[in-house]
Unconditional design. Structure first.
Length: 441
């Protein structure tokens, strides 16, 4: 058993015992009250999941094992001569619960390098569908084709003991994460670069090699990929991609099947596809106004036009956050350091100065501030990754870090199949009339 697996096993055994004690003493205590609005409108605010890897605070934003994004940028190991955190270090933190040193992060890199080979039939599966297919469609097809490699599925079919579920899930998670950059880059080069593929560079870190296979050799783009993969990795357990992965995994579907489910959720316009919509909105605004860098006054009029047409401004608002997303801030700081004069980046900053006051004036918006999607596209466009339909695939590669770490914990803690109670509107009406006393059972 390798070092990371041994440490995870020890942590999992200890936490499982602690949770058992907590439930024995406090299992019948209530956490909050559920309202009809919550039931009918997306279960917002209902605490019903445990996700060990991260926690979202309305004011401070995402914290990974207690660490904020600025703290992670300072404390996580970095590539040689780099200033951005290595995603390998974040994965170690989410999985094991401790900040890694440089050697520990480098070991994750080496493990993923060893496990990164993608079988030929996965590429054949991608090639079997039209090149015009959305990149996320191709991505999910590839993940499903890769499922043939699942150790969890093979060992479960052979009669694996329940206590060993986490071990097989761990191996699948590591294999899947290791192979995703190769698959994603293949899709990108197939769809946008005439199928001219670039072989992996085994001397590079996970995100750096991803940038290389996409076709971008600029070191600052590699740094952007390290930052991008880190800040998009996790956002606690209730978002669609994380929840879908957890839900399907709770049925003991293997990590490949579970992650494919999560990626189908990520492809939705209200979730991961929002990063595509944000940069598309800026492109459309610049085209309609006929200027490269719109003024604040022009942006204000275009925003009002967008809202007047019953649309939203993509990249603004969040279900939980009540301030500017720290992930937006991290990207803005990167832009100020590397590309401060870029016109699209400056457009994003002017939109940031313009949109919140307008949304606040409507009196209906709880959070008028930008989220992560409002900035990421502008950075990618600067470096030449202008194919915004591909942005959600980038998001998906990153999100694998968090949801796979969480899935390992799900199996290590023996979490059961997820099966919430549903009710009919007729039962709701009977309950409101006082005709049914067995509400929620």
């Amino acid at each position: 058993m390798d070092m990371i697996k041994e440490r995870f096993s020890a942590k999992a055994d200890a936490l499982a015992a602690e949770i058992k004690d907590i439930l024995k003493e406090h299992g019948n205590k209530k956490i909050g009250e559920v309202t009809l609005v919550q039931i009918y409108q997306g279960m917002r605010g209902i605490t019903g999941l445990v996700s060990e890897t991260s926690l979202l605070d309305a004011q401070e934003g995402i914290r990974f094992r207690g660490y904020s994004i600025p703290e992670l940028q300072q404390k996580l190991p970095k590539a040689p001569k780099g200033s951005q955190p290595l995603p390998e270090g974040l994965f170690y933190l989410m999985l094991v619960g401790d900040l890694p040193n440089q050697d520990e992060a480098d070991e994750v890199t080496e493990i993923w390098q060893r496990r990164s080979h993608v079988p030929n039939h996965v590429f054949d599966a991608i090639e079997a569908i039209p090149v015009s297919s959305h990149p996320m469609t191709q991505f999910v097809v590839a993940i499903m084709a890769l499922q043939t490699e699942s150790q969890f599925a093979k060992k479960y079919a052979a009669g694996m003991a329940k206590k060993d579920y986490w071990d097989a899930a761990f191996d699948d998670a590591m294999d899947l994460i290791a192979r995703l950059p190769r698959i994603a880059a293949y899709i990108y080069r197939r769809k946008y670069k005439n199928g001219e593929h670039i072989h992996p560079n085994g001397l590079l870190d996970w995100a750096g090699n991803f940038a290389h296979m996409l076709g971008f050799e600029d070191e600052s783009f590699r740094e952007l990929m390290r930052l991008y993969m880190t800040i998009h990795a996790d956002h606690e357990g209730g978002n669609v991609s994380a929840h879908a992965t957890h839900l399907v995994g709770s049925a003991l579907s293997d990590p490949y099947l579970s992650f494919a489910a999560g990626m189908n959720g990520l492809a939705g316009p209200l979730h991961g596809l929002a990063n595509q919509e944000s940069i598309k909105w800026i492109f459309e605004m610049r085209e309609e106004l006929g200027v490269e860098l719109p003024s604040k006054e022009q942006i204000e009029e275009y925003v009002k036009k967008t809202l007047g047409e019953g649309k939203v401004v993509p990249g603004y608002g969040h279900a939980v956050l009540r301030k500017t997303d720290p992930r937006f801030t991290a990207q803005a700081e990167f832009a100020k350091q590397h590309i401060p004069d870029d016109p699209i980046v400056n457009t994003v900053w002017r939109v940031y100065e313009t949109v919140p006051p307008i949304l606040q004036s409507l009196g209906k918006i709880k959070n008028p501030w930008p989220n992560v999607d409002a900035h990421s596209g502008a950075l990618l466009v600067h470096y030449g990754l202008v194919e915004y339909e591909f942005y959600t695939v980038l998001f998906g590669v990153s999100r694998a870090l968090g949801v796979m770490a969480s899935l390992c914990w799900d199996r290590a803690l023996g979490l059961p199949i997820e099966r919430p109670k549903s009710v009919t509107t007729e039962l709701v009406k009977r309950w409101l009339r006082g005709e049914d006393e067995i509400w929620g059972e």
